[in-house]
Design a protein around this ligand. Structure first.
Ligand SMILES: Nc1ncnc2c1ncn2[C@@H]1O[C@H](COP(=O)(O)OP(=O)(O)OP(=O)(O)O)[C@@H](O)[C@H]1O
Length: 262
C-alpha cells in the first residue's frame, strides 16, 4: 500500500458542528506522493466571505478542489456541516470552450442538483434560468454558442449557473482573472448578494486591492497557512513577506511530510 493510499484512510469526511460550514483538521493535500498543502487547521463559518491568497503554486486551487470534493485528502480531514450543498467554479482555463453547447445548456446544468441528470425541466426551471441570465446581464444570450462568448460573458454565464445551484457554499477559483472591469463590478455585486443571503463564499484571488475591498476574511497560503483571519491583518506587510519567503523556498522534490500526531 502506498503512503498516499495509507493517508487516504484518514480521509473520511465527517460532520462539522455548531456554526461552522467547514472545518479543516490537520489537512494535508497533494498529488501522488507530493504534498501541496500541509497540516491546515481552521474553520470557515457559515456565511463567511473569504479570500484565499498566495503565490503561484501555493496550493490555493488544490484546497478549493478538496473542499469541492474533487480531490481526496492525503491525511487529515474536512468536516462539513450536514446537508451542505457546494457549488464549485473552476478556473476558466480548465473549462472546455470548444464543447458544442449553448449558453442555455451551460447555465441549465445548475438545475441538475434539483432535477437529477434525467429529470425534465419544468416551467419554473425555465423561468429560473431566464432570471439567472438576466441577473448576470446575459438576457437574450440563451442560444449563443459558448465558443462565441468573450471571457467576461463566459464568466457571467458560469455565475448564472452557480446562482441556479442555490448552494450553501460557493467556491470560486480566480473568478476575475482576465475579466473586464465592468464584469468584475457586476459579479462582485452578485457575491455581495450571496453574502447577504448568508451563503458561504470562498474565492481564490490575486488582486489584493479587490480582496481588501470585498472580502472581510482572508487565508494567506504558502503551502501552509501563513495567516488566516481578518483581511487587513492577514495581508499585513509582514505576512506578505513571510508568504513570499515561503514561496521562494518551495521545493517540489521535498520528501512527503508526515502528519504531526499529538
Ligand atoms: N493535477 C496535478 N498533478 C500534480 N501536481 C499538481 C496538480 N495540480 C497542481 N499540482 C501541484 O500542486 C502545487 C499547488 O498547485 P495549485 O494549483 O494548488 O497552486 P495555486 O496556488 O492554485 O497556483 P496558481 O496561482 O498558479 O493557480 C503546485 O506545485 C502544482 O504544480
Amino acid at each position: 500500500m502506498s503512503q498516499h493510499a495509507r493517508h487516504c484512510d484518514h480521509a473520511a469526511q465527517t460532520e462539522a458542528r455548531d456554526d461552522a460550514a467547514l472545518r479543516f483538521r490537520d489537512l494535508t493535500l497533494g498529488y501522488g506522493d507530493h504534498a501541496a498543502v500541509h497540516h491546515l487547521d481552521g474553520t470557515i463559518a457559515r456565511g463567511a466571505l473569504m479570500a484565499i491568497v498566495g503565490a503561484n503554486g501555493s496550493g490555493k486551487s488544490t484546497l478549493l478542489k478538496a473542499v469541492a470534493g474533487v480531490l481526496r485528502p492525503m491525511s487529515g480531514r474536512i468536516e462539513r456541516s450536514s446537508g451542505l450543498r457546494v457549488a464549485y467554479l473552476a478556473q476558466q482555463s480548465e473549462i472546455d470552450r470548444s464543447f458544442p453547447a449553448r449558453v442555455l445548456d451551460l447555465v441549465s446544468l445548475g438545475i441538475w442538483p434539483k432535477r437529477g441528470l434525467l429529470g425534465r425541466f419544468r416551467g419554473e426551471d425555465r423561468i429560473a434560468i431566464a432570471t439567472a441570465l438576466s441577473a448576470v446581464g446575459l438576457e437574450g444570450f440563451s442560444d449563443r454558442p459558448i465558443d462565441s462568448l468573450s471571457g467576461g460573458q463566459l464568466q457571467r454565464a458560469l455565475f448564472a449557473r452557480v446562482l441556479l445551484q442555490d448552494a450553501d457554499v460557493i467556491l470560486l477559483d480566480e473568478p476575475f482573472n482576465a475579466i473586464d472591469a465592468k464584469t468584475v463590478r457586476d459579479l462582485v455585486s452578485l457575491i455581495h448578494r450571496w453574502h447577504g443571503e448568508r451563503r458561504t463564499v470562498v474565492a481564490v484571488m490575486h488582486d489584493l486591492a479587490l480582496v481588501r475591498e470585498t472580502f472581510p476574511e482572508t487565508l494567506l497560503l504558502a503551502r501552509r497557512a501563513v495567516a488566516w483571519g481578518e483581511t487587513a491583518k492577514s495581508l499585513s506587510a509582514e505576512n506578505l513577506l513571510k508568504a513570499r519567503n515561503f514561496a521562494e523556498a518551495f521545493d517540489d522534490s521535498a520528501p512527503w511530510c508526515e502528519p504531526q500526531r499529538a
